[in-house]
Design a protein. Structure first.
Length: 119
């Protein structure tokens, strides 16, 4: 019985993690379609904030897969440079990596503090 519950918890974690990645992909691939040509800076800031929020949520997971999230974010963002932007946007890969790493670490720290003080 316990083994079955453990499998369900892992499955739910994987589904939750994949859901966060799908939302992150929507941020990178669908959100730029809604922005006009003059909304670029606001779009970049909005995408950075959404990346921070999504990576914080990914950091709340217990499994170690969460530490792969910054790399996944960078890899998912890379093709958008050629689709929506030009080669000068390549530096954004580093920004998204750093922002998502900070979010994952903040989420992990938050989870640790909550677990530590709750018993």
């Amino acid at each position: 019985m316990e083994r079955r519950m453990n499998g369900n918890i892992k499955r739910q974690t994987v589904i939750g993690f994949i859901s966060i990645i799908v939302v992150q992909m929507a941020v990178f691939y669908i959100l730029p379609l809604a922005a006009g040509p003059t909304d670029t800076m606001g779009l970049v800031i909005l995408m950075l904030w959404l990346t921070l929020v999504m990576s914080f949520l990914a950091g709340l997971f217990y499994q170690r897969i969460k530490y792969c999230y910054p790399v996944i974010v960078s890899v998912v963002f890379a093709p958008t440079i050629f689709i929506y932007y030009n080669s000068t946007a390549t530096v954004h890969i580093l920004w998204y990596f750093v922002i998502s790493l900070a979010g994952v670490l903040a989420g992990s720290l938050f989870r640790f503090v909550v677990c530590f003080f709750s018993g």
